[in-house]
Design a protein around this ligand. Structure first.
Ligand SMILES: Nc1ncnc2c1ncn2[C@@H]1O[C@H](COP(=O)(O)OP(=O)(O)OP(=O)(O)O)[C@@H](O)[C@H]1O
Ligand SMILES: [Mg+2]
Length: 238
């Protein structure tokens, strides 16, 4: 059985700037893989490249063994990659319902679960209460829940989460974390970028640390949690 996601020798540029240099990593099926690193390390660039929003100059991305290279974002989404972008990127003038209706796509593969609007309203009861509300008038936490739900209703095989806890109050972080735990329990494969280290360590099965676009460490969360030098050097945690 291939990994859910495999990145091999991935190089991604912004113009002439090489932001990801020769990245090798994989995400096991049904696991949470945390991609960590300081600001500017290349985390968002990596997720954008997987989702097809940025071209890759060298290297490969494979989803369950199928090469994604050169495809457009819509095609990559159809094949089963769901992205929750940093900063949420919701549409302020659309309602919750409209976001989910536009994004919904039946699973292509024989799936045990279908993430539809009803499933999202069970996962995030706040979204049910706000079904007809314009997303721009919702709180940051509600917008984040909507961004996650919007990615889930595409029925992805791999979910890419870019800083889901960013800028949220602690209580809301707990709600979002519980939802991610539930997705993990349901067997979804997740690649999580997160600056909230306690949260990332709690959710992750394995961790990869990037620095200047290169992998500087990979291993189990409990090993990282007990290595204060490593956390200080590469994550700025003292
Ligand atoms: N649109 C862009 N144009 C030029 N350079 C960019 C662009 N986006 C990112 N970069 C550069 O690429 C590098 C990696 O950025 P990236 O956004 O991937 O980092 P990150 O790890 O997600 O950081 P953060 O934790 O702050 O979100 C940085 O040096 C950044 O300045
Ligand atoms: Mg980022």
């Amino acid at each position: 059985m291939p990994d859910a996601l495999t990145l091999s020798d991935l190089h991604v540029y912004h113009g002439d700037i090489c932001a990801v240099r020769g990245l090798d990593m994989s995400c096991a099926e049904g696991a949470v893989t945390a991609l960590l690193g300081r600001n500017g390390a290349g985390k968002t660039t990596t997720l954008s490249a997987i989702a097809g929003l940025l071209g890759t100059r060298q290297g490969h991305v494979e989803l369950f063994g199928k090469a994604l290279g050169g495809r457009k974002p819509e095609a990559i989404c159809k094949l089963g990659v769901g992205l929750v972008p940093q900063g949420r990127r919701i549409f302020p003038s659309l309602t919750v319902q409209e976001h989910l209706a536009i994004a919904f796509r039946r699973p292509r593969h024989a799936a045990e679960r279908v993430y539809d609007v009803a499933a999202m309203e069970t996962l995030f009861p706040r979204l049910k209460e706000r079904r007809r509300q314009l997303a721009g008038s919702m709180s940051g936490g509600e917008q984040q829940m909507l961004a996650i739900a919007r990615a889930l209703v595409t029925n992805p095989r791999v979910l890419l989460l870019d800083e889901p806890a960013e800028g949220l109050a602690q209580q809301i972080v707990a709600e979002v974390a519980e939802a991610i735990s539930e997705l993990k329990r349901a067997g979804l494969s997740i690649l999580l970028v997160e600056h909230n280290l306690p949260l990332a360590l709690r959710l992750a099965d394995t961790c990869v640390i990037l620095s200047s676009g290169e992998v500087v460490w990979r291993g189990a969360p409990h090993i990282l949690a007990n290595d204060s030098d490593l956390m200080a050097q590469h994550l700025g945690v003292h």
